[in-house]
Design a binder for this molecule. Structure first.
Ligand code: SF4
Ligand code: SF4
Length: 436
């Protein structure tokens, strides 16, 4: 990827325009072999060609050629948003089709036609997610709403649905918000235990900083115990993956640039993520910033230093856990780790190194859980259909603990366990390796 001489001004130029042809060209790699159909969760649900990777690419070309309508509410619009961007099709595709890039770009185009997003969506994506202060306020408000009578009153008065249309119908999806003392920010710099091996940067993440801070604490404990000094920044608190998937490429680029600047200030040797979705997106910053003058080489540099925590520990070596964990554990592979980053063996290797832990096989371990960023909120019925199928496979594995390395998947499986009435712990592999 070289710095382009002529830069497109529009981050999501129409496929039919001269600027958009570069993005459209990615779809031409598809040779219609159909190998991607059996692995696509939406094709598995409907059996319709239009819901398959090949069908979506075919429609993108038809839109570019003016053969079908790309209007909001069209079949094309529906299939574009039905896609989970799980990237399972990319793993099996012999032609190297980049489905994620195609869908993000096509959604960006579609957003221009549908007009400004709803108040709630814009507020969530552009105000709450990138800012730790707003994330804390949102978590506080969710806790008050779900744990006190105030929620009931606001619901009855219709204020909740006026502010966030359709919110009350999705209350069952609401995650448990830990008490404030369990979601405190980590210090900006954490010293290593014993001899220093180097410095790593770590990002707590937007959703994880409020709902899964125990996983972040376990991650920095393992890093410091292994001799790494850990440097963190608070804002932006988000990598921009959710924005890119929603087609807000303009804001995703802003977040990418700010994160690159913050990372460079830390002077760290590596950038460590415990979230598969964030790691995959940051490794793709070069694709996002390929048209921005002066940013491509900086994007490539951060990508080259970015590692998933499991990938990093296996690559650099780590102290094995001392105490045993006599548990039957199944490992579910997050889409953006196995398909997005091609990291599969390392997390299992970590788990197998834990004394007493029995790793049990899990059918469909590389299939999507249906969380997919905002997908579970916006296409709840489809998301739950996928999740319920996964819960049956998890039950059949006979595991006591399900280990998986992505915040969205962890929250989705906790919801799935509640729906299925299962007594199942959902943990990040790093929590099992951590000695607390
Ligand atoms: S990204 Fe996932 S849901 Fe979308 S077309 Fe590919 S396999 Fe299907
Ligand atoms: S596997 Fe790749 S080349 Fe084959 S139909 Fe799917 S997207 Fe096209």
């Amino acid at each position: 990827m070289t710095e382009p001489a002529v830069l497109p001004k529009d981050p999501c130029a129409d496929f039919a325009s001269a600027e958009g042809r570069a993005h459209f060209a990615r779809s031409l790699d598809c040779v219609h072999c159909g190998l991607c159909l059996p692995v696509c969760p939406t094709y598995q649900l409907t059996g319709n060609e239009a819901s398959s990777p090949r069908g979506r690419i075919y429609m993108m070309r038809a839109v570019a050629d003016g053969r079908i309508s790309a209007e909001p509410g069209s079949t094309y619009d529906n299939e574009l948003h039905f896609c989970l961007v799980c990237r399972a099709c990319e793993t099996v595709c012999p032609s190297g089709v980049q489905m994620e890039a195609l869908v993000e770009h096509a959604r960006c185009e579609m957003n221009k036609k549908t007009g400004p997003p709803s108040r709630a969506r814009r507020f969530l994506l552009r105000t709450v997610l990138p800012d730790r202060k707003w994330l804390r306020r949102a978590a506080d408000a969710t806790a008050i709403y779900s744990k006190t009578p105030i929620g009931k009153i606001l619901r009855k008065l219709g204020i909740v649905d006026w502010l966030f249309p359709g919110a009350t119908a999705r209350e069952a999806l609401m995650p448990h918000v830990p008490k404030r003392e369990h979601r405190r920010d980590l210090p900006a710099l954490l010293p290593p235990v014993g001899e220093k091996r180097g410095r790593v940067a770590f990002q707590e993440g937007c959703v994880a900083s409020q709902l899964l801070q125990d996983i972040n604490e376990a991650t920095v404990r393992v890093l410091t115990r292994n001799g790494w000094e850990v440097s963190l920044w608070k804002n932006p608190s988000c990598c921009g993956a959710l924005h890119a998937h929603a087609g807000d490429l303009e804001f995703a680029r802003e977040l990418a640039k700010k994160n690159i600047e913050e990372f460079e200030k830390t002077k760290a040797d590596f950038f460590i993520l415990n979230s598969a979705g964030c790691g995959s997106h940051i490794k793709n910053y070069a694709r996002l910033l390929e048209v921005e003058t002066g940013w491509l080489h900086r994007a490539k540099e951060i990508a080259a230093k970015t590692r998933d925590i499991g990938e990093f520990l296996v690559e650099t070596g780590y102290k094995p856990r001392n105490g045993p964990r006599a548990l039957r554990v199944a490992y579910d592979e997050p889409c953006h780790l196995v398909h997005g980053q091609r990291v599969s063996a390392q997390p299992k290797q970590l788990l197998q190194s834990i004394p007493g832990l029995q790793l049990v096989p899990l059918a469909g371990a590389t299939d999507c859980c249906g969380a997919a960023g905002l997908y579970s909120l916006e296409r709840t019925t489809d998301s739950m259909a996928i999740l319920d199928g996964k819960m049956q496979q998890i039950r059949a594995s006979g595991c006591e603990v399900l280990a998986t390395g992505n915040p969205g998947c962890i929250l989705q499986y906790r919801l799935g366990a509640r729906r299925a009435g299962m007594n199942l712990q959902i943990m990040h592999p790093i929590q099992l390796l951590d000695e607390g």
